[in-house]
Design a binder for this molecule. Structure first.
Ligand code: NAD
Ligand code: ZN
Length: 341
């Protein structure tokens, strides 16, 4: 089969012929129809320090996809040939304390599809049936292929009560822009998002942001003043991985505010801890998606009017994957879809 492979320990990703993966008794084989490129895939493409220490070469990459079940292991229940599915890309161990308590997103032995084991940028992928999510009919293939990053946005945003609250999102990457729509959908009042990239701030406006602020040019405090926000944000969602953005978020939070960190900050990021302590902030780290509460909530919101399609900006045939990676690397895109049909 055709697959996009990290074949050499250097910059790049290559289209190669590889064997169709096998399935064990608890796995399913899925014929992939659409995939989306994630920031993680760009790290792997760029072969940065994280990728060098994490990815065994060769590796079929990719973890955001939708497809159709083509093969089923003998022990699998609740799934059928032909089901349209996506899958949770975190494969959990099943035997640690959290897994056994039903908190699979906190598994200490998590393996990543397209990171530690073969991924979905291929005509076929094999995954454990317990990771599969059946996609409701009302959700298009296009949107189904980005359920994984949308799930990051949903997991982060739904960490706290948002009804009537003022929310700050730092970082208008694909996940931050989708989080805007999620926060508005569940009833936040003002949803303000920051970035330094005008293209992405425009996308965030299309997703319904109250204000999309270019912090390289404009003063966030002034925007808060204009909106009549005298006390600060109630909820802060860090989705940039930028220390400067995180510091600005802490500074603009109201006392007693709730902060969720999805963005991967550098290991040693100095902050003013008095902002956390004296304001009595609650800070929560987010990894992946809750299995499978995030998936159910996300699917239900999509069926009740949540629209994330403006965040999907580019489509390419998989043979033109190089162009897709280039546009994603340029920062002049939202989600980029590769078509395998
Ligand atoms: P992305 O890198 O595409 O977007 C980050 C955005 O932050 C960019 O648009 C960038 O211009 C912006 N930014 C840079 N400096 C800024 C500043 N000072 N203020 C505001 N914005 C600034 O990332 P993404 O794919 O949307 O993911 C968001 C973050 O979440 C990334 O850090 C990613 O690594 C992380 N992530 C974490 C998990 C998890 O499980 N914890 C999962 C997926 C992604
Ligand atoms: Zn576990």
């Amino acid at each position: 089969m055709k697959a996009l492979v990290k074949a050499k320990p250097e910059e790049g990703i290559w289209m190669e012929e590889v064997p169709v993966p096998g399935i064990g008794p608890n796995d399913v084989l899925i014929q992939v129809s659409k995939t989306a490129i994630c920031g993680t895939d760009i790290h792997i493409f760029n072969w940065d320090k994280w990728a060098q220490k994490t990815i065994p070469v060769p590796m079929v990459v990719g973890h955001e996809f939708v497809g159709e079940i083509l093969g089923i292991g003998s022990e699998v229940m609740g799934l059928a040939l032909g089901d349209r599915v996506s899958a949770e890309g975190h494969i959990t161990c099943g035997h640690c304390r959290n897994c056994r308590a039903g908190r699979r997103h906190l598994c200490r032995n998590t393996m990543g599809v397209g990171v530690n084991r073969p991924g979905c940028f291929a005509q076929f992928i094999s995954v454990p049936a317990s990771n599969v999510f059946k996609v409701p009919e009302a959700i298009s293939d296009e949107v189904a292929s980005v359920l994984d990053p949308l799930g990051n946005a949903v997991h982060t945003a739904l960490s706290f009560d948002l009804v009537g609250e003022d929310v700050l999102i730092t970082g208008a990457g694909p996940i931050g822009t989708m989080a805007v729509a999620v926060c508005k959908h569940v009833g936040a009042r003002h949803v303000v998002i920051t970035d330094v990239n005008p293209y992405r701030l425009d996308l965030a406006r299309k997703m319904g942001a109250t204000r999309a602020v270019n912090v390289a040019e404009d003063d966030l405090m002034q925007v808060m003043d204009d909106l009549g926000m005298t006390e600060g944000f109630d909820v802060g969602l860090e989705m940039s991985g930028s220390p400067a953005a995180f510091r600005q978020l802490l500074k603009t939070m109201n006392h007693g505010g709730h902060v969720a960190l999805l963005g991967i900050l550098p290991e040693e990021t100095p902050i003013d801890w008095t902002e956390v302590v004296f304001k009595g902030l609650q800070v929560k780290g987010i990894y992946g998606r809750e299995m499978f509460e995030t998936w159910y909530k996300m699917a239900s919101m999509l069926q009740s009017g949540l629209d994330v399609t403006p965040a999907i900006t580019h489509h390419f045939k998989v043979d033109d994957y190089a162009e897709g990676f280039e546009i994603m690397r340029s920062g002049q895109s939202g989600k980029v879809i590769l078509d395998w049909d």
